[in-house]
Ligand binder design. Sequence first.
Ligand code: ADP
Length: 801
Amino acid sequence: MQSDRPTDTPSEQFGEEESTAHAPGQSSGCFPEAPRFEDIFSLEDIQRIQDAFAAAADVASVITTPEGHFLTKPSNFTALCRDIIRETPLGSANCARSDRSLGEACPQGPAVAKCLSGGLLDGATPIFFGKRHIATWFIGQVADESFDAAAGMAYAREIGADEDAFRRALEKVPRMSRERFGKVCTALYCFAEHLSAMALRNHQQSLLIDDLRQAQAELKTRDRNLADLIDFLPDPTMVVNAQGSVVFWNKAMEKLTGIAAVDMLGKSRFEYGEPFYGAPTPLLIDYARGAVGQPDARYVVADKNVDSIIAEVSVATLPRGPRHIWAKAVALRDDTGRITGGIEVIRDITDNQRADLALRESEEKFRRIVETANEGVWVLDAADKTAFVNRRMAAMLGCSAEEMPGSLVEPFLTEKSLPTVRAHLDKLRQGQTTVFEHELRAVTGAVLWVMVSASPLYDGSGRYIGALGMFTDITARKKIEEELAESSHRLEAEVEERTRDLRLQALELAEANIRLSELDRLKSAFLSTVSHELRTPLTSILGFAKLIGRDFNDQFLPLATGVPALEAKGRRIASNLAVVYGEAERLTRLINDVLDLNRIESGNMHWRDTRFNPLEVLGKAANSIKGLLSQRPEITFVLEMNEDVPEVRMDPDQLIQVVTNLLQNAVKFTREGTVRMTVRREGEAVELAIADSGIGIPPGELEAIFGKFHQVGRSDTMGETTKGTGLGLAICRQIVRHYGGRIWAESQLGQGSVFYVLLPGCDAAQAETPTTMATAKVRSPAAVDDCGVKTPDAARCGQKP
Ligand code: ADP
C-alpha cells in the first residue's frame, strides 16, 4: 500500500478520465454527467468514516482515484511504511508498484495481497458509480502469522534502510491473523458496496432535487409571466382559484372598478361583485366555475356552454357611473378535469352601444333618404352585378327593387349606351369618379335618358368592391334640348336669311345715303341760290312798298279828304300795302332763318367765339326789343340780372340772337301783363329765364315747339302779329347745344310760359374735357331735334340780315 500524500488536484486527474468515463458502455447511460467521487460524497464525512474504520480495525487506510491519486488523507499509517521504507527510493518504488497491482485487480472485486515492498498484508475494495469505478479504498500494513521477520530485515538491507530503525518500527506493526484481516476486508467491501449504492442514489436524488428546483423556478417564472400577461391585457380581467378567492385582478380591472389589486387579491365570498353591484354578488365567473347554478337574471346571455359563458349586463355602481358591459367567463381545469378556478374578461361597451345605436339611427336615416330620394341609386358589386337599387331606380327600370339584386346592367342598356357604360365602368375600376349621360331601357321597352354621377366603392383594406351611381332622369331635358337645337337651327337659318336681307338693305341705304348727301349738297346750293335770287327782288318789293305807302299816305290820301268814298278806298289801299309789306318782311325772315339753320347744320356757320361777361351782352339784347315794347304799352318788361354770374366763351351775336328770339316770342304771345328776364348763376353755369304772362303752351307741345317749322295750332289766334316762321326756337336750340348748354320750356296754358337757357360758364367749360362736353351735349333734351334752315330775322334779332 503506497504512502503518497493525497493529491491536491484529484479532480484534474479525474478530468483526464472523463472521456473514458463517458464512453458508451462504460457509463450507466442513465446520467448525463460523469460525476466524480467527491461530487457525490462529502470528503469530510468520508474522511471521518475512514479514520474511525482504520482506528477500529487497527489497519492503515486511504481512498484513491482509480489512477492512484489520494482522495483522502492516509489514516493510521505505520511508521515502518511511512517513515522508513518509503523514505528509501527503492522502497518507495516498490510500494507504488504493489499498490498499483492491487488497485488493478480491484475492479473485479476485493483483493488481498502481500505488499511487494515490505511483505505486510494489504487489501483493496472498489467503489462504483453504477458500473463505473470511481475510487479504490485501501487498508492494510498489518503483519499476519506468515510474516517473516528475517526476510523483513533482509529487505531493509536490500533497500538500504536503517536496520535498527527498521526493526523498531517493525515491532510496532499491528499483528493480525490472515483470517481476521480477511474479515476486515469483507466488512470494508460490504461498506464500499453500500457506498456505491449510496453514490448512485445520492446522485439520482441530487438530480431529482435539481429537476425539482428547476421546475419550481420555471413555475415561478411562469406564474410571474402569467401575472404580467393578465396585467397586460387591455380588458379588465380577474381570476379566482378553486376556493373562489381572487388570484389575479389586472390593471384594466383596477381602472374600471377603482379598486387596487392589493385590496382585492384573496377576497372571496363574492366580494369581488361589490364594485359592480354595490354588494357581494356572484359574477359570471361563478357560474362558469360552477359556484352558482344560474347566471344572474340581469345578464343577457349571448352564448353558453359547459365551461364558458358570454353575456351582457348593465351595472350601476362603477366609478364612471352606470355602464353597459360585455363579459366572458371560463372555468379553469387541471389535468384531471377538476375545476381549479375561473377567469372573467370584461369589456365596457357603453360607448360601442351608443355608437351602434347612432350608427343604426344614421343607417336608418340614410336608408330613408335613399328610399325617398328623387334620384335613382344603383349599387353594383365588383362583378358589375346589382347589389342594391332604391325605389326610384327600380321605377325607372320598370321593375321592383327586390327583384333587381344579382341582375346585370347590360339588359337595361340600349345598343348606343352599351359601349359608353362599359367605358365608364372601366374608369370606376381604375378609381375614377365619373359623370356622364346615357340611355336606359326599362323592362317595358321604354327608353329614357339619365345623367349618372358614379363613384367607386372600396372595402376597409382598399379593395374595389363595386360602384355607386346616382341617376337623374333627364328625358324631359333632353327633349327640350333637342327641340331647342332644332329651333336654334331654324333660327340660324332665319337669321342668315335676315342678315342677307339686311346686308342688301344696308347696301341700299348706303346708296340712298350717298344720294341724300348729294341731294343735301344740291339743297344747300339751291337754298343759297334761291335765297340770293329771292332776297334781291324782295328787297325791291320791301323798298318800293315802303316808298309807295309813304307817297300814298303823304300825297294821295290828303286829296281824298272830304270825299267819303275816296277816303274809304284810300284806307283800303294803305291797308293792302301794309299787308304786302308785312308778308314780304315775313318772307325775308323765313329765308334768313332757313339759311341760318342750314349753315349751322351743315357746319358752315362761322362762330366768332370770345370770352366775355354775359351781363353786358344780355343788357344789349334786352334793349333791342325796346322798340317792339313801345308799340305794346300794355306789357311791362322787367329785367333782373344778378351780378355774380360766370363768364362765358361763345359768339356774343349768337347769344343775342337766342335771347332776342325768346323775348320777341314772349312779347308776341302775351296780350298784356309782364315779360321778365332773369339772369343768375347756377353752379358753374349761367341761367337765363324769360317768363311771360301770355297764352301759354299745351304740355304735349313743350318739346315739339323746338322742332323745325312747328307752331302751336290755336283757335284763339292773336292775329297777324303772331305770324312767324316756326324756325326761331329750332335755331335757338342749335346754338345753345353748340355751346354745350340746354334750352327748355315750362308753361301753364292761359297763364304764361318760362323759357330757360343754361350755358356753361368759362371755368366749367374749360375744366371739362371734350368728352364731357360731348356727353353734356348728348344729355341735352333734344336728341329729338330735326331742324330746318333759316336766317335770323333782322328785326327780331335787332341785327341786319
Ligand atoms: P315763330 O316764328 O312761329 O315764333 P318759333 O320757333 O319762335 O317760331 O316758335 C314756335 C312756336 O312756339 C310759335 O309759333 C308759338 O306757337 C310757340 N311759342 C313760342 N314762344 C311762345 C311763348 N312765349 N308763348 C306761347 N307760345 C310760344
